[in-house]
Write a protein that binds this ligand. Structure first.
Ligand SMILES: [Zn+2]
Length: 312
């Protein structure tokens, strides 16, 4: 076993004091050095939003930037001012008031590693233009089926189609004469398109027979001819002396016929010319009723089957 004497313990104590003092001196010395050189970290915010922290011994803004190879362009502004001293906050903000700000942001967003110099070199003015372009609106073709299920059909254009026109307003951004962005601002229809209408029709060989009335001028056909007068037996409660077409019923002129004859049609019956002016509930198909002044005359006529010729 080894026992320490008192002298030894005393010398250890002195050593301790010296040691602690040395540490103090060391700490003090460093802090004195630090105060003299005044190194500080400064946060610099670039105009594209990129932040960097630099360690500098400089205090003037322009010198801090110069120290870090940061070049300020003409249209950039620095806060605090280039000629002022760095403040308590230890931060410098570079801001940009032009379109170039957008461009830098784009480059930094693209993910391509670029140096600040490259970013600065890429500054080229962006030109913005409002451009109005005309576009055609193609017409549509509408098909209407009027064939009524017939297989033999033909297509007939009943309305020609016309293209419409619309004007579209774009905002286009150019850089180095190249279109870099196109934004649609508005759209206006100048002319509405006109639909092309095609009708599917029955393929009729002779249009005359199918379309017009069966009895046309010059044709002669046998009709069942009766006679009537304005009495209630002949005309019921509608007996007024006036025809369905509004004329005053006149013997020797007025006849009632079915709607196959338009009002005003002249018919030659038994060598005499009559005018279709009236209609009657019983007068259908190939029947004609001749107007007469008295019921006796009508009865005397009876029922006759005679050829009827259409005059006009
Ligand atoms: Zn009568």
């Amino acid at each position: 076993m080894i026992f320490m004497n008192k002298k030894d313990s005393a010398s250890i104590s002195i050593m301790k004091i010296i040691g602690v003092s040395l540490i103090f001196i060391l700490i003090f010395g460093v802090s004195v050095m630090a105060t003299e050189i005044d190194i500080r970290s400064v946060e610099i915010t670039m105009s594209n939003g990129y932040k960097m922290t630099v360690v500098t011994s400089k205090t003037k803004i322009s010198e801090i930037l110069e120290d870090n190879n940061i070049v300020i362009e003409e249209d950039e502004r620095v806060s605090p001012d280039l000629n002022s001293e760095i403040g308590e906050k230890s931060e410098i903000i570079i801001s940009n008031k032009s379109e170039q700000e957008v461009q830098i942001a784009k480059i930094s967003e693209s993910g391509i590693e670029t140096t600040l110099d490259e970013i600065l070199k890429s500054y080229t003015p962006i030109i913005e233009k409002i451009v109005v372009e005309q576009e055609t609106i193609p017409y549509e073709t509408i098909t209407k089926d009027a064939s009524e299920g017939v297989t033999d059909t033909k297509n007939k254009v009943i309305q020609q189609g016309e293209d419409g026109i619309k004007e579209i307003t774009y905002k286009i951004k150019y850089q180095n004469d190249e279109e870099i962005e196109k934004t649609k601002l508005s759209e206006e229809i100048i002319k509405e398109p006109v639909d092309r209408i095609v009708q599917i029709q029955k393929n009729v060989v002779t249009s005359r027979g199918s379309v017009s009335r069966e009895n046309t001028t010059g044709t002669t056909k046998i009709f069942k001819i009766t006679a009537y007068c304005p009495c209630s037996k002949c005309c019921g409660k509608y007996a007024s002396g006036y025809t369905s077409s509004g004329t005053k019923a006149t013997a020797g002129r007025t006849v009632a016929a079915s709607s196959q004859f338009a009002f005003g049609t002249k018919l030659l019956i038994n060598g005499k010319e009559y005018t279709v002016e009236d209609r009657g509930g019983a007068i259908t198909g190939n029947k004609i009723d001749i107007y007469m002044n008295t019921h006796a005359e009508a009865l005397a006529w009876g029922v006759r089957y005679l050829p009827v010729q259409v005059v006009n």
